[in-house]
Design a protein. Structure first.
Length: 142
């Protein structure tokens, strides 16, 4: 008895679900990516104390050259003209949320008079919580 040779079965890789997997991975990476709201380059001062900063706090960043960038914590930072505009910025942020925190991110080589002026304006706007951002590495290895 002769056996007939059956038709060749070709090996293949099913690709129907690969598009679904790629789409799910793209969505996962988009959702899990955090966007930095402030990327102003400053050299932060060092500190002996370490305190956590609240999420979503408004940031006032001042470079050594005197460039001032602000963000309410929800959008990308933008430059403001001068120190006098900080009061109006703080008033707008506090108008939406009276308990909103502020972070001052100032260069370590900046004159303290500028930082003092920023703090005075935040005090006039009645900001309840002002934090001075420092370097994450502490002095003395603590």
């Amino acid at each position: 008895m002769k056996f007939r040779k059956s038709a060749d079965i070709r090996a293949y890789i099913p690709t129907a679900s690969m598009a679904d997997i790629a789409f799910l991975l793209i969505v996962l990476f988009i959702i899990s990516t955090t966007i930095a709201v402030d990327s102003t380059p400053v050299t932060l001062p060092r500190s002996m104390e370490r305190t956590d900063t609240p999420e979503g706090a408004a940031i006032i960043a001042v470079t050594f050259d005197g460039l001032i960038n602000v963000t309410s914590g929800d959008e990308q930072s933008y430059a403001i003209g001068n120190l006098g505009d900080i009061f109006s910025f703080a008033a707008v942020v506090l108008g939406d949320d009276p308990l909103h925190s502020f972070i001052i991110k100032a260069d370590s080589n900046l004159r303290y008079e500028i930082i003092d002026s920023i703090m005075d304006q935040l005090r006039q706007a009645k900001a309840p919580n002002v934090i001075l951002l420092t370097d994450q590495e502490t002095i003395g290895g603590r």
